[in-house]
Ligand binder design. Structure first.
Ligand code: 5GP
Ligand code: MN
Length: 440
């Protein structure tokens, strides 16, 4: 199976597909699947820009809207996870995953799916310590805090991933996707090279603070054959040796810019244990069981009443009976339905029923999925409890501006960067501060 793996897209979807097609021709090969590691920017019209956290100069529409409206169709089945620059209103209507356009599937906050006999997992977002334990409380209208916290990875999703069985009878995870790198993954690669091309990572490297700590335990637990990430805008390889025969091959890709190593073709074949090699997107039955069993921890409150256990506690063992139950809930058909439709507020390219982005709409795909699996549909729940949720006494623990989170080290790094690099892409070079502060 030939897979095109892509780093940060930043709204340049046309360019990404063109480049893949060009390479496909040049190498006389056929790509079966495209995997994108976030900062995808599913902007349906200009009003969605109100829900994306980016500096002013990056507020552009991009080309996704043409895929949304059906003017263009993605030439390959495309799976992606969320980064820190997204139409967060649209993505949060698909918390468990779903089609954002025909042939383009978002994996949700986290999920595992199957394609061509491969088990592919993804976990969205970047890390910010103070938000990790919170529920998925963000709703429209976003404020300066929630427009950012909405894409911060939560412990719930890491906990869910940790519930995947890893005994010798289980089918391994072939591919994992994340936007942020797993914490300390650079220690399994050429750190000297990394610091040479990205000198301003030095303080994070020294403080063991480069990457997402919620992803770190997933590597030794899941031992995925491949792990792909983006976000740090550099191509970087690392190999994690689990034992003599098992390794995880980590590859981070750059951002979609001319002459930058932002995508790569990878050959991945299913291992022997796998049976279904059909080239269709399928739900993963174990993941469905985990979603159901951990639904008790899914919360739309900022401070959830039921706390997520420590992520390394493996508590939700999946039995044959559990698998049987979800299969029957899905009528023994785990094919992900091709049920994309434009939906409110952007039900057609001319029609926007909430231009100010103040209302929370349930996505029909999520409603159908949650009904089948009997789990919480966050938007329905939010709209139900709208009045109860306004508590004027609530203390806001958000730090608000990310400018406030700059450490002295960062100031030094920013200065260094300004003098060392042309700064064509790095937000730091323009005075924009990365959103990884406050986790140390
Ligand atoms: P984005 O495209 O997500 O706004 O920003 C990514 C940029 O921020 C990249 O250029 C990357 O080098 C920088 N960056 C992101 N996370 C970190 C981090 O944890 N430490 C440092 N030093 N830089 C980061
Ligand atoms: Mn990013």
């Amino acid at each position: 199976m030939k897979i095109a793996v892509v780093g940060c897209v930043h709204g340049e979807l046309d360019k990404v597909y063109q480049d893949i097609q060009q390479k496909e021709k040049a190498e006389n090969t056929t790509v079966d699947l495209v995997l994108i590691c976030g900062d995808f920017q599913t902007i349906r019209n200009k009003n969605d820009l109100k829900c994306m956290a980016v500096p002013q100069k990056y507020l552009s529409l991009g080309t996704f809207h043409e895929y949304y409206s059906g003017k263009r169709k993605a030439p390959y089945l495309t799976l992606f996870i969320g980064g820190n620059h997204e139409a967060s209103n649209y993505l949060s209507s698909l918390p468990y995953g779903g089609w954002v356009a025909d042939n383009i599937y978002y994996l949700g906050y986290a999920s595992v799916v199957q394609f061509g006999g491969l088990r592919i997992g993804g976990i969205s977002g970047i890390f910010k310590k103070f938000d990790a334990e919170q529920g998925h409380f963000e709703r429209l209208p976003f404020d300066r805090g929630s427009i950012r916290s909405v894409y911060h990875t939560r412990t719930l999703e890491a906990y869910r991933m940790m519930q995947i069985a890893n005994d010798k009878n289980s089918q391994p995870i072939d591919i994992m996707l994340s936007h942020d790198w797993p914490l300390n993954i650079h220690t399994c690669g050429n750190v000297g090279y990394l610091l040479k091309v990205k000198p301003f990572f030095r303080s994070d490297v020294q403080n063991n603070a480069l990457g997402n700590p919620l992803f770190e335990p997933l590597i030794p637990h899941l031992k995925p054959r491949h792990w792909f990430s983006a976000h740090l805008h550099v191509r970087f390889q690392a190999t994690v040796h689990h034992d003599e025969t098992t390794t995880t091959n980590f590859l981070a890709l750059d951002k979609c810019l001319p002459r930058r190593p932002y995508f790569e073709f990878i050959d991945v074949s299913p291992t022997d244990k796998q049976i279904d090699e059909s080239r269709t997107l399928q739900y993963d039955p174990e993941w469905l069981v985990i979603l159901k069993k951990t639904n008790k921890y899914m919360s739309i409150e900022k401070f959830p009443k039921v706390k997520v256990p420590q992520i390394w506690i493996i508590a939700e063992e999946t039995t044959e009976q559990d698998l049987e139950t979800v299969r029957s809930q899905f009528n023994n058909d785990l094919l992900v339905p091709s049920n994309f439709s434009m939906s409110e507020p952007v039900s057609s390219i001319e029609l926007d029923s909430d231009p100010e982005r103040v209302r929370n709409f349930s996505n029909p795909q999520t409603v159908a999925f949650c009904e089948k699996l009997q789990i919480l549909e966050p938007m329905t729940e939010m709209n139900k409890g709208l009045l109860q949720h306004t508590n004027p006494d609530e203390i806001d623990l958000d730090d608000g501006d990310w400018e406030e989170g700059i450490t002295e080290n960062d100031q030094v790094d920013i200065k260094k960067l300004k003098s060392n690099e042309t700064g064509e892409d790095d937000d730091l070079a323009t005075g924009f501060v990365i959103d990884t502060q406050g986790r140390k």
